[in-house]
Each structure stands twice: as structure tokens, then as C-alpha cells.
Ligand binder design. Structure first.
Ligand SMILES: Nc1ncnc2c1ncn2[C@@H]1O[C@H](COP(=O)(O)OP(=O)(O)OP(=O)(O)O)[C@@H](O)[C@H]1O
Ligand SMILES: Cc1cn([C@H]2C[C@H](O)[C@@H](COP(=O)(O)O)O2)c(=O)[nH]c1=O
Length: 211
């Protein structure tokens, strides 16, 4: 059985960049690594619906926090068997966003904290009812919100395929998401969290392999 690691953080924080570097490093060390990014755009109807909502369509869907949380959760539920098989067949399974994203963003949208009702609803739905495996570790990419927002804006300005969505443009939301992530980390909501700012990949890989 391999380790299941979820990388979390704000939009533009650098999760994808970090995951790519960790995968390269671990594969060059000879480890069998499998990776998946949520939402699974192009592979999941509910992920695509949620994306369309975040880019201005389906306003009634977007206005319902629980409907959005369900869309993202159904995307993951469809991948549950694939993730379990990957954990059985690999040394490391690295997920770019996972259940904590759904808890943090939707609690932040509702102005709740990490004890809020939606956080418990997401946990129960995804882990208990959909049977998603709990991560062995979370990595929280804790770059300052202003830095993450600037990176997301710069990415949108330089990559026409990644325009900013409504969450990315909402700086108040990003600040609240940052606060909920920190609360989740401190309360050990799921499993141990490792925090890193602008990951020193070698250091992070070493810390994860010691855990
Ligand atoms: N350490 C870093 N220093 C400077 N720029 C960075 C760093 N890490 C990532 N970036 C840049 O910031 C932007 C966002 O990075 P990335 O796509 O990895 O973030 P993300 O957290 O996966 O974002 P999202 O959740 O919005 O998909 C990219 O343009 C990337 O090149
Ligand atoms: C997986 C997931 C994501 N979200 C939020 C977080 C982001 O703002 C968007 C889309 O993600 P991306 O990394 O920018 O592609 O959706 C969420 O609320 N719940 C989730 O489960």
C-alpha cells in the first residue's frame, strides 16, 4: 500500500507546480508515483458543470453552496475506486486538491469556520458515504493570499486557456479560504498536515518520507 498525499492551498498558490516537481523527484528516485488533479475537468460532467458555473454560467447552481459542494464531491466519488486501486499499486499517490478544498471553499463562502456545518457535511458525504480514502498526509501550500492572487492574475494574463474564475477574482473569499485552511490544519480535521511556503521540494520530499 502506498501513501496517499493531498496537496491543498489557494488558487494560484502553486499546487500544480509543486506536485509536478514532487512527481519528477520521486520518479527519478525510482518510486512508483500516481497523480490526479481535482476537479477532473474534461473527465467528469459535474466537474465541468462546476467550472462553467465558476466562469459565469448556471448562476442558480453557483448561488447554492451545497449544490456546488455536491458537484465537486460527485466528481471525486466517481474517482474513488481509481484512487483506491492506485494506492494499492503505487508507492505514492499525490492528489492536487481533495476533500479539504470542498470544506475550505464552501465554509468560506458561507462565512463559517472550520467547525461550521458545511465542513462536517462535506466530511460525512465524501469519506463516510462516498467512501473516499482518507489521506495519510496533507501538504498545505501556505503562501500569503496576496501572493497567490497575484500569481493567479499573472497566469490569466499570460495564458489564455486559464482565465480567472469568479472565486479567483474574489479577494475577500480568498482571504476567508486561507483562514479556514489554517483552522483545518490546526484542528487536525483529517490527518497530519505539513505546511510549506513555496515548497523547497527536496526538504518537503524528505519530510514526507520521514513521516
Ligand atoms: N514558487 C513560485 N514562484 C513563482 N511563481 C510560481 C511559483 N509556483 C507557481 N508559480 C506560478 O504561479 C502560477 C500558479 O501556479 P500553479 O498553477 O501551480 O498554482 P495552483 O495552486 O495549482 O493554482 P489553481 O488552484 O488555481 O489551479 C503559475 O503561473 C506558476 O507558474
Ligand atoms: C476540488 C474543489 C475545488 N473547489 C474550488 C477551488 C477552486 O477555486 C475551484 C476550481 O479549482 P481549480 O484548482 O482552480 O481548478 O473550485 C471547491 O470548491 N471544491 C472542491 O472540491
Amino acid at each position: 500500500m502506498g501513501q496517499l498525499i493531498a496537496v491543498e492551498g489557494l488558487d494560484g498558490a502553486g499546487k500544480n507546480t509543486l506536485v509536478t516537481a514532487l512527481v519528477d523527484r520521486w520518479r527519478s528516485d525510482g518510486l512508483r508515483v500516481w497523480t490526479l488533479t481535482f476537479p477532473r475537468y474534461g473527465a467528469s460532467v459535474t466537474a465541468d458543470l462546476a467550472a462553467e458555473a465558476l466562469h459565469g454560467r448556471h448562476g442558480d447552481l453557483r448561488d447554492s453552496v451545497y449544490a456546488m459542494a455536491l458537484m465537486f464531491a460527485l466528481d471525486r466519488a466517481d474517482a474513488a475506486a481509481e484512487i483506491r486501486a492506485a494506492v494499492a499499486d503505487h508507492d505514492i499517490v499525490l492528489l492536487d486538491r481533495y476533500v479539504a478544498s470542498n470544506a475550505a471553499y464552501n465554509a468560506a463562502r458561507l462565512g463559517q469556520d472550520s467547525d461550521g456545518e458545511v465542513v462536517e457535511w462535506v466530511r460525512h458525504l465524501e469519506f463516510d458515504r462516498f467512501g473516499l480514502p482518507a489521506p495519510d498526509h496533507h501538504v498545505l501550500l501556505g503562501v500569503p493570499p496576496r501572493v497567490a492572487m497575484d500569481r493567479a492574475a499573472h497566469r490569466a494574463a499570460t495564458d489564455a486557456s486559464r482565465p480567472q474564475d469568479l472565486y479567483e477574482r474574489d479577494s475577500d473569499l480568498q482571504l476567508r479560504v486561507d483562514g479556514v485552511y489554517r483552522q483545518l490544519a490546526q484542528s487536525n480535521w483529517m490527518s497530519p498536515w505539513l505546511s510549506t511556503a513555496d515548497g523547497d521540494v527536496a526538504d518537503l520530499a524528505a519530510r514526507l518520507s520521514r513521516e
